[in-house]
Write a protein that binds this ligand. Sequence first.
Ligand code: FAD
Length: 528
Amino acid sequence: MSQQPGRHSRRVTERYDVIIIGTGAGGGTLAHTLASSGKKILLLERGDYLPREMDNWDPKPVFVEGKYITKDTWYDSAGKPFQPQVHYFVGGATKMYGAALYRLRPEDFGELKHVDGVSPAWPLSYAEFEPWYTKAEWLYQVHGAHGEDPTEGSWSRQYPWPAVSHEPRIQQLSNDLAAAGYHPFHAPCGILLDEARRPASTCIRCATCDGYPCLVHAKSDAEVIAVRPILVRPNVTLLTGAEVLRLETDGAGRSVTGVVTARDGGEETYQGDIVALCAGASNSAKILLRSATDQHPDGLANGSGQVGRNYMYHNSRAMVALGKERNDTVFQKTLAINDFYLPGNGREWPLGNIQMLGKSNAEAMRGEEPKLTKLAPQWSLEEVAKHAVDLWLTTEDVPQPGNRVTVDRDGNVRLSYTQCNTAEADDLYKEVRTMLNHVGMAAHHILDKNYYMKMNVPIAGCAHQAGTCRFGTDPASSVLDLDCKAHELDNLYVVDTSFFPSIGAVNPALTAMANAIRVGEHLTGRLG
Ligand SMILES: Cc1cc2nc3c(=O)[nH]c(=O)nc-3n(C[C@H](O)[C@H](O)[C@H](O)COP(=O)(O)OP(=O)(O)OC[C@H]3O[C@@H](n4cnc5c(N)ncnc54)[C@H](O)[C@@H]3O)c2cc1C
């Protein structure tokens, strides 16, 4: 990598016990777990703090102008450029996330057959993972009701907060679904809300949670919950605006000896006994691939050839059901249904999870579907939004070696991805329509017939990216061992969603957080 003339390049002499690259669900939670050990920790974060400003809650800058999305350009397999939906801030993607904090289901840890392939088993079982799910739910202040959803696994402790109550329209939908024999349950939400003592809580139950930053810091994101609280400790240092470019190794290629970082217009190299890469599934793969050496010619820790492969991001669809009745719900993400999550009841394949989206509005519709809404008058979109019930359908995508992150000669991410399990996603959409027709949900007030709209998520919608450095017991087919340490290096860990061998059909953040606590406890033991 050439240094631009006139820019500084220095090796920082101060040494750290642990260097953590990235402060999102993985990195932030890992730092939080390690902080009380007293070990000297350096957090290197490419972004800055997300500014707290009125735009945080304004759908126009957030959805139409994409104010908080990176200006990075990535390329698809055909070389077509796109702007990926990634967010470089302290807290990472969790600054924008919907805080729907689900556990994978026990079957997700085993092998699951899909129409387009096999979702492989994890090297750990659900029962082995369970204690860290509980710790993550308590750290991230999750609201929910274990025991409601028939597909969930065993749990050792109830959620720290009761489920967030449904607003009247969603309560009615829940009642109707239950009466029709479905099993709606309260969605797990990571928000700082105390419904019993409302004035005492920071959350005001606004409509801008999913996809927006929280102006009042009432969302359980990694900045608020994990990073900010540990910065008061003298052993923790956070550097923002610090983009890690590559990792250097010793002569034998067994140990990371330097973390080369672009900062303040120059390059600085930091040194630590342990290095934890937590830059998100695409960027962690990018950093490893850009760190090739004679000992690691295809990229650091990539003797298996698996770094960057098996990229997954779900086969997801947003769906709007237009009802006769108005939907005045403000905080809509309180209900979910897993009745089609697993095969059975005449279904050969698992179809996926159904949950509510944040409440739509005219500007968000314009931002998400610019072509479709370009000619629509504002009043018509506002009318649609008033009657819309908004859902998010998630079907699992299976890991495929050809779905991969590579890096071009200029260091840009190239993302090759072919969607799979579309037949399952189509079936899930049909099932949801049938289910909603069944409860009389979408008899439209103008057309007097059932009316739905759906939107597929393009390659740029990489919010749920995972799988590029899978963990496993076999160094020939996995990048990381069971502790998420690179098989080929003694001091390099990858602790973000990269480690997922499969992604299930629920949102990934809680699993990344639980795993970060698990790895953090391992590292605390290792560091003595
Ligand atoms: C709009 C949106 C809604 C979502 N909703 C949900 C939801 O409701 N529930 C759920 O479970 N998940 C949700 N997700 C997904 C969830 O946020 C991610 O799965 C999760 O944050 C991934 O954690 P991570 O640690 O792998 O990466 P991130 O959280 O993205 O963290 C990566 C960090 O690394 C930093 N970084 C990147 N490159 C470098 C570099 N070179 N040097 C230094 N730092 C670097 C980034 O700035 C970032 O801080 C959502 C995501 C989005 C975008």
